[in-house]
Structure formats: C-alpha cells, structure tokens
Design a protein around this ligand. Structure first.
Ligand code: GDP
Ligand code: IMO
Ligand code: MG
Length: 432
C-alpha cells in the first residue's frame, strides 16, 4: 500500500504552496485538499497564465490528475461557482477531474455575516479574518449543527438550511445586528443568499464521493496522492499563535482527520517556508520589520494578499517557529521559496533564538504575544540575479550557505528551492 505525501506551509501562510503543488503534480495521481476553505489563496503561474485558487486543489490544471476536496474542507458554493467559471474561461474542464467529499461542510451567507459580526465585536482585538465565514462554519461543525455537501441532496434540505439560518439570525440579533446592516461581497444579504442558493446547482454538477474510501482505495491500488495544506502551521488552531489563528488543524495531523487517512499511511511531508517571513492579519510576529527593509521585502516580494489584497507584514526568517513547525508536522523535506526576493540585500538576517525575560530559548512560548526579543545571525547577501538558474550547484555561494544553515539548524534536508513565481523556476536539490 502506498502512503500519502503531504505539502503544507510552516509559517503564517502564503509560502507558495500553490506553485509547488502545481510543480509536483506530475509525480502524483491525485491532489487532495484536507482543511481550510476560501480563506486560502494559492497562486499558480505558468506559460504566461496566472491563476489564484481558493477551494479547488492546485493540481486542477493537469487534466490527467484527479483533484479531491476532502471532508475537512469548507465549501462556499458561490465562491466555488466563481472559481469554476474562472477555470472554464482558462480552458480547464473541472467537471472531469474534480471530486467533492459529501462530508465537506458548507459555508452559508449567514456564516459570513457572523464572521463579520464576530470581528466587529472584537474591536481592536480582531483577528483580521478573511471574512469568508471560516470561524462560524467550523464552530457549527464542532457544535454538530453544520450543513454538509451531502445534505443538499436530501428531501428536507431546505428545512435544515432554514433552521440553521434562523439560528444565525437570532445570534446576530443578540450581538446587536440586523442582517440588513451587512454587505457580502458588495451585495445585500437577500441578493447574496439568492445567488448562493442558485450556486448549489453548479456544485451538484460535480461528483460527490465518500472521499475516505476513494483515497484509501487509491492508495491500495498503488496510486500516488499528495495532500495540499492551506494556511500555515503558525495559524493552526491548536499550535498556532492562538487566538490569532484560523479554525482548523493546518498541520499534518489535519490530513488524518480531513481526509480519513491513518497516521501510519503518511509518507513524505514537504514543509514550505519563504526565505523570509510574512503574516497577513493581526497577531504576534516576533521577527516583523517595521522599517524600509520590511517595505523592500513587501515591494520586491509583491506581498499583498492573494485573497484579500491586504499588504502582508514582512520580517526575517524565524528559526524557532520553523523548528517548531518541523517538529509538529514531521517534515521530511523543506522547500524554501521566494529566495529571489532577497537578491539585492547586502545582509540577510536569520532569527535563531528568542530572548524572553532575559533568557535565551529556541522554544515557542505559551503566548507569542509576550515580549520577545529575536536574536539574529547575520548572513552576507548573495547580491546576484538568479534568472535562468536550474541547478543547485549554480546558485551563488552565499545563498548556498544560507540554505545550508537552515538545514543545519532545523536538521531537515532542503529538497526544493523556488526562485520565481513561475512553475519552471524551481530547483531540486539532491540530498547530501
Ligand atoms: P500560497 O497561499 O502558499 O499558495 O501562496 P500565495 O499564492 O498566497 O502567495 C505566494 C506568492 O508568491 C504568489 O504571488 C506566488 O506567485 C509568489 N511566488 C511563489 N513562489 C515564488 C518565488 O519563488 N519567487 C517569487 N518572487 N514569487 C513567488
Ligand atoms: P493560504 O492557504 C495567510 C489568516 C487571516 C487571519 C487568520 C484567520 O493562502 O496560505 P480566517 O479567515 O481563517 O478566519 O482568518 O488567518 N489567514 C491566512 N493568512 N494565508 C492564508 O491562506 C490564510 N488563511 C487565513 O489573515 O489572520
Ligand atoms: Mg495564499
């Protein structure tokens, strides 16, 4: 029996997962998303095409590969419909190779209003949610009142839907809101809801499956599967910078619950990090730069959210956080992306330890909001253009030193280095 490989982010999201999944897809038969939902924005670039995916796995541009939306994922049918339309406009036929778990939960228009109301209620303490309804929908899943994809085929579907909606409207009222005060994607609630209900017909044109059987049978039959993570380990509901996190397990453990895969059937784990670090939304970020170096990373790296367009906060690479994420995920292969963004830096810094209350530590504290002083190791910049480089040996020596010190400190091999948004600019590094 084959094992399932996993690819996920080790930082606060946007590490380049979409690009690397697309690059690795030829080596697999199936790509499966296991958690998150339209809060994700995964960018793919190839042959002059740039495309951002939210709910749909990043293997979708490969017509001969199957793509699965697993039970752990949240689907917002109207956003899903827009995604399908965008793919069809680019000549992709997703109905042929996209399968949807019957157990995936649905984000409704009222979940999205609740997300807005919750953020408003938090005021200064807001999480900076993408407002796609993620928190309220996972809350309903755990409270055992959620709506699942399979429910839309039931004869009592509308009754179930209306019951949940009424509950949400009562909850909104108790928070001091009336639903007419919210706009969802520039539309009134009524307009959005009516489009949302219609979009269920698009969802119904896809094959609904029991993805746990589908995937386990595929492994038994010798097929190769790659599980695609969303967000990043520092946004994990249990281990991230709580409460400034998303509402799902973004780590490898999420593959087991989000796809129905036994822990013993997890194979390689590709962990992605940028050569620096970013975060979008609120919450602690120990290595954040508030100066012109941070601005330079943001401008050169085009660090503006794929889903929301918000500027991403930028800082140096954070090794204590990276070590923590490697431990939690069982990373077997590191992937370092966006290396080219630092081509023109005289000095590149790496945070190797935190100083908390005068003590140096490499451990992530209970509360990342504590006063943390990052301790940096300085590296000389490589000051050269990487265009056209396809072999590790041809990379500048200073860059190789930087990569090798990441390997040394984390104890994990760097397998892949990404040097541009394009599929073709990806370097595979052999194990030493
Ligand atoms: P994801 O959420 O992890 O899939 O990442 P996003 O797509 O949200 O953000 C990554 C951004 O960086 C996208 O705009 C990518 O096109 C881009 N990108 C990915 N890899 C590289 C790289 O190696 N170099 C540069 N310059 N950009 C990259
Ligand atoms: P990808 O898959 C970066 C952040 C939000 C917010 C917090 C909670 O593209 O890497 P949510 O909408 O989940 O309630 O927001 O998590 N966030 C992300 N940041 N990349 C993402 O996904 C993210 N998904 C959520 O900005 O701070
Ligand atoms: Mg993203």
């Amino acid at each position: 029996m084959n094992k399932i490989d996993v690819l996920l982010g080790l930082q606060w999201g946007d590490e380049g997962k979409g690009k690397i999944v697309d690059v690795l897809t030829p080596q697999y038969d199936i790509i499966a998303r296991f958690q998150g939902g339209p809060n994700a924005g995964h960018t793919l670039e190839f042959k002059g095409i740039k495309h951002i995916l939210n709910i749909i796995p990043s293997g979708i541009f490969h017509a001969d590969k199957q793509n699965i939306i697993g039970n752990g994922v949240l689907i917002e049918p109207l956003i899903f419909e827009r995604e399908i339309k965008g793919l069809k406009e680019k000549g992709v036929s997703p109905n042929d190779n996209l399968f949807v778990s019957k157990k995936a939960h649905l984000i409704t228009a009222s979940h999205r209003m609740l997300d807005m109301a919750n953020e408003l209620a938090k005021g200064q303490e807001k999480i900076g949610s993408t407002l796609k309804g993620i928190g309220p929908t996972y809350t309903d899943k755990i409270a055992r009142v959620g709506l699942r994809v399979g429910d839309i085929l039931r004869s009592d579907w509308l009754e179930k839907y209306n019951d949940l909606k009424e509950n949400h409207l009562r909850l909104l009222k108790s928070l001091g809101h009336d639903f007419s005060s919210f706009k969802i994607d520039e539309m009134s609630y009524e307009e959005y809801e009516s489009k949302w209900l219609k979009s269920l017909e698009t969802l119904k044109t896809f094959r609904f499956i029991n993805s746990e059987y589908f995937l386990n049978d595929a492994l038994k039959n010798g097929q190769k599967i790659l599980a695609e993570g969303a967000q990043g380990s520092m946004l994990d509901i249990d281990f991230g910078s709580y409460p400034f996190v998303t509402s799902s397990n973004t780590i490898t453990a999420g593959v087991c619950s989000g796809l129905g895969i036994a822990p013993s059937n997890i194979g390689r784990v590709f962990g992605l990090c940028k050569a620096y670090c970013t975060r979008v939304g609120s919450g602690p970020f120990p290595t954040e730069l508030f100066d012109e170096t941070g601005d330079k990373l943001r401008q050169t790296g085009r660090e503006f959210g794929s889903t929301t367009g918000r500027p991403r906060r930028c800082g140096w690479i954070d090794i204590p956080a990276l070590n923590y994420a490697c431990m939690l995920n069982g990373v077997t292969d590191l992937v370092v992306t966006k290396v080219d963004v630092m081509n023109d830096f005289d000095v590149v810094k790496m945070c190797t330890q935190y100083k908390i209350d005068g003590k140096e530590t490499i451990q992530i504290p209970f509360d990342l909001n504590e006063k943390i002083e990052p301790i940096f190791q300085q590296h000389q910049g490589w000051k050269s253009n990487l265009d056209g480089i396809s072999s590790y040996n041809d990379l500048p020596n200073q860059l190789k030193k930087y990569i090798e010190s990441i390997e040394e400190i984390t104890g994990v091999n760097v397998a892949i280095i990404s040097i541009s948004p394009d599929r073709k600019d990806t370097i595979f590094k052999m194990k030493k």
